[in-house]
Unconditional design. Structure first.
Length: 399
């Protein structure tokens, strides 16, 4: 099933919100334009996650609310329904806050205000990626419009057949949630009419088992699935690289190769991140100085990375990005620090223009603050919260 409408306003709004969220996440600004590689690894390792997700429960609260659209709970007009969905998400947040504030979206602004980016907006891509929603081509507004259309068609047919057998009509009413054979949702048995009763941010045991099953079923070769299948204690690791060092000998060969590429790229790009901070701070940033004192002894080792393998793996065709990384590698292999700095300065100028580039505004920033990305996490820290929620839900009944 591949049905959809063009809705430029919603999609453009989502793009703007993506940028706003990126720029407001501490340490997340991609100053040197390597985000496409970082995100490609992150999507490979932890599909369905994002840096602005908070708790696993939203992978189910959002579907529970949206499923009710098919049952006619919010009316028949798409715009009214979308407004009521937002209202329901706000009400759920208030309900969640009665028990626990950690990770509840809107906790900082409720009850007086609500968020610009709702849980459904934040989690929608993940819900589709984990196949909780069965059509990955639809936006939320397209789904709502399609349901309204299908319900209208159903009502028209029922009206035309109003004199038909009463038993058949009753059966139609019971099947209304599936909107005449269109099965949009894959939900656990915890979805029922009074699911809001005793609503908490913690997963119910059945929900934890369901989410774990979906991740393993739909993305069986991912690091996400491997961690859950083997119940790895992710809290033991404070970085992706630490996780890799610990489990590299136990993961399947293909996953090990991907993790090794990510590990190598993380080390390699530290050359650029650290020198960028030294340039911007006029070499006064203590943390950057300490890091560089370590990195400079490993320049050649870090530069032995197989960049071409990464380009091929993720179909990276961005010529300026490839040129930047290849040039950085050559300069590092030659241990030419001045050349490394020139490459970084040129890269930021090309990305932002000389007026906006931070390398041309030395002295404008806190010399003790790290500017931009420090380490590539590949969303490991974000996935940890989801994984821990699943573990905690399982522990209730010892799944």
């Amino acid at each position: 099933m591949q049905l959809g409408w063009i809705d430029f306003s919603e999609k453009e709004r989502e793009k703007v919100l993506d940028v706003v969220n990126l720029l407001t996440e501490e340490g997340a600004v991609d100053e040197l334009g390597i985000g496409i590689i970082r995100d490609s690894f992150a999507n490979l390792f932890f599909p369905g996650t994002s840096t602005i997700q908070t708790r696993a429960k939203y992978f189910l609260i959002v579907p529970y609310i949206l499923k009710e659209v098919e049952e006619g709970k919010y009316g028949n007009r798409p715009q009214d329904i979308l407004r009521k969905i937002d209202e329901e998400e706000r009400k759920c947040a208030l309900k969640l806050l009665e028990n626990d504030k950690e990770g509840v979206i809107g906790a900082r602004v409720l009850p007086h205000r609500w968020v610009a980016r709702s849980p459904s907006n934040i989690y929608w891509n993940g819900i589709k990626t984990l196949k909780i929603f069965n059509d990955d081509s639809l936006s939320i507004s397209e789904y709502v419009k399609l349901v309204c259309y299908l319900r209208k068609q159903k009502d028209t047919i029922k009206l035309g057949n109003r004199n038909d057998d009463t038993e058949d009509n009753d059966r139609d009413d019971k099947d209304a949630g599936d909107v005449d054979g269109f099965s949009f949702w894959n939900l656990p048995d915890t979805y029922y009419s009074n699911w809001r009763d005793n609503l908490r941010i913690q997963l119910l045991p059945e929900e934890a088992a369901f989410l774990k099953r979906q991740i393993i079923k739909e993305h069986s070769s991912s690091l996400f699935a491997f961690i859950l299948k083997n119940r790895i204690d992710v809290n033991k690791y404070n970085s992706f690289n630490a996780l890799y060092e610990s489990i590299k000998d136990s993961v399947p060969e293909e996953l090990r190769k991907d993790m090794w590429m990510a590990y190598e790229f993380n080390r390699f790009i530290q050359i650029a991140f650290t020198q960028f901070n030294l340039i911007v701070s006029a070499e006064r940033n203590g943390r950057a100085l300490d890091k560089w004192n370590t990195i400079k002894g490993y320049l050649k080792e870090y530069a032995l990375i197989d960049l071409e393998a990464i380009y091929v793996r993720f179909k990276i065709t961005n010529y300026p990005l490839r040129t930047f990384l290849n040039s950085l590698k050559s300069a590092a292999l030659a241990e030419d620090i001045d050349k490394i700095r020139q490459i970084i300065i040129k890269r930021e100028n090309n990305l932002k223009g000389k007026a906006r580039a931070k390398v041309n505004r030395v002295g404008e920033f806190d010399e003790n603050a790290w500017i931009g990305i420090e380490y590539l996490d590949y969303r490991f820290s974000d996935a940890k919260r989801i994984i821990n929620d699943i573990y905690e839900g399982e522990a209730v009944i010892g799944v």
